[in-house]
Write a protein that binds this ligand. Structure first.
Ligand code: PEP
Ligand code: MN
Length: 337
């Protein structure tokens, strides 16, 4: 349940409610707004408990939580979350652009992309060091060597980086290098991984599963938050539909839908959504127009030689012109880029 305290309720009143909820067996989370404090009580739903709390001094009202996810929901935290990742803010005024190759392949490849991304105005670098691939025979990444190259590229350009973690046993290693972790679409419901990424406290991009509903996706975010990590950024990367012309189908409506349900920032990945570099710019523009807080774009110095996802990767020049096209769209919806 959600306990809404009266405007400017005294600290002592808030504490009394918190203690009472704990004694009734609830796990308690506080959300302090400018005017009101909201207390999220997670536990078994019991009418008597709600009534007892509603009768306490300082309580304005008690409302049941409508969704399975609670901490990720707007009911509990009506103010939008702004998540700071090494100085880059997700969910603020600026649309955050993350660019880089699908996989880190070599120093030469990565530094070339990182410098081009920086020069075009990207805010963060991406690159896979541990790659989950559909086929066991495909390239699976340079692992720790890839992380070292990403750290070197950050040193050279000043761009923080995000990279995927696929296995709970690698979280510590990946988190020791990266500014932000990524949970890929295929792992969206790997609940052990979600819990452990939650415990790590590192900011995380949580991609939507290939066939996950919005509710399932927000429940996946709930796993991370309930393990103690509020730094979750959602990423719409396209879902499976009957259409095969594109690799996936970007669910543009998921962007405003998530915003109506959750305080978490949401970014879009037009590269994995379309699978075709020619379609990436238009879909990127659509995502920003729909309110995305950021973009994740695959860029490779020579897409035809990429070890993974070449067909959907932009060249540095294409990325630069996309950034130019994006600015007026961002401005039209009241955002900076
Ligand atoms: C990726 O970002 O390179 C990736 C594997 O994405 P997804 O998990 O969305 O397929
Ligand atoms: Mn990829």
């Amino acid at each position: 349940m959600i306990v809404v305290m009266e405007p400017r309720a005294a600290e002592q009143r808030i504490n009394q409610v918190v203690e009472r909820l704990k004694s009734l067996g609830f796990e308690v989370h506080l959300s302090r707004g400018v005017e009101k404090t909201i207390i999220g009580a997670v536990g078994e739903r019991r009418a008597e408990a709600a009534q007892a709390i509603e009768a306490m001094p300082g309580v304005e009202k008690v409302v049941p939580i409508l969704h399975q996810f609670k901490l990720a929901g707007l009911q509990f935290k009506p103010e939008r979350s702004v998540i700071n990742v090494s100085g880059i803010e997700f969910g603020g005024e600026k649309v955050v652009c993350i660019a880089g190759p699908c996989a880190v392949e070599s120093r030469e490849q990565l530094i070339a992309v990182a410098e081009a991304a920086k020069q075009a105005g990207a805010d963060m670098l991406r690159g896979g060091a541990f790659k989950p691939r559909t086929s066991p025979y495909s390239f699976h990444g340079l692992e720790e060597e890839g992380l070292k190259l990403l750290a070197e590229a950050r040193e050279v350009t000043g761009l923080p980086f995000v990279t995927e973690v696929v296995n709970p046993r690698d979280i510590e290693l990946v988190a020791s290098y990266a500014d932000m972790l990524q949970i890929g679409a295929r792992n969206m419901q790997n609940f052990t991984l979600l819990r452990e990424v939650g415990a790590s406290g590192k900011p995380v991009i949580l991609k939507r599963g290939l066939s996950a509903t919005i509710e399932e996706w927000l429940n996946a975010a709930e796993y991370i938050i309930s393990a103690g990590n509020w730094n979750v950024i959602l990423c719409e990367r396209g879902i499976r539909t009957f259409e095969t012309f594109t690799r996936n189908t970007l669910d543009v409506s998921a962007i405003p839908a998530v915003k109506s349900l959750s305080h978490l920032p949401i970014i879009a990945d037009p590269s994995h959504a379309t699978g075709k570099s020619k379609l990436v710019p238009a879909v990127a523009l659509a995502a920003v127009a729909a309110g995305a807080d950021g973009l994740l774009i695959e860029v490779h110095p020579c897409p035809s030689e990429a070890l993974s996802d070449g067909p959907q990767s932009l060249t540095p020049a294409e990325f630069k012109s996309l950034m130019t096209e994006l600015r007026p769209i961002a401005a039209a919806v009241g955002r900076l880029l």
